[in-house]
Design a protein around this ligand. Structure first.
Ligand SMILES: [Zn+2]
Length: 86
């Protein structure tokens, strides 16, 4: 998975369906429920979104600093499970 910049300021990773399967994910978008080969892991939501759903979320969400502890904990979990690339 590869770290990307978000408009919202939250952490996110470009993450393939194959990579998310390491954690028990199925490559199904947690928002629209459709299968995708490529998606975005969003630690603060603990969700994996397809590109369309990710962009919709990133364009409409607001950053709250109070989410930081949850984001850090979930982010650390995924980073130990899935190697970073790029
Ligand atoms: Zn989706």
């Amino acid at each position: 998975m590869m770290r990307i910049e978000t408009k919202s300021g939250y952490k996110a990773y470009h993450c393939t369906a194959t990579e998310i399967k390491i954690t028990g994910g199925k490559g199904i978008c947690d928002s629209c429920g459709k299968p995708h080969r490529l998606g975005y892991l969003i630690p603060v939501l603990n969700r994996w979104y397809c590109e369309g759903c990710f962009n919709e979320w990133d364009n409409s969400t607001r950053f709250y600093g109070s989410d930081n502890a949850v984001e850090q904990r979930v982010d650390a979990y995924y980073r130990q499970m899935i190697p970073l690339t790029g």
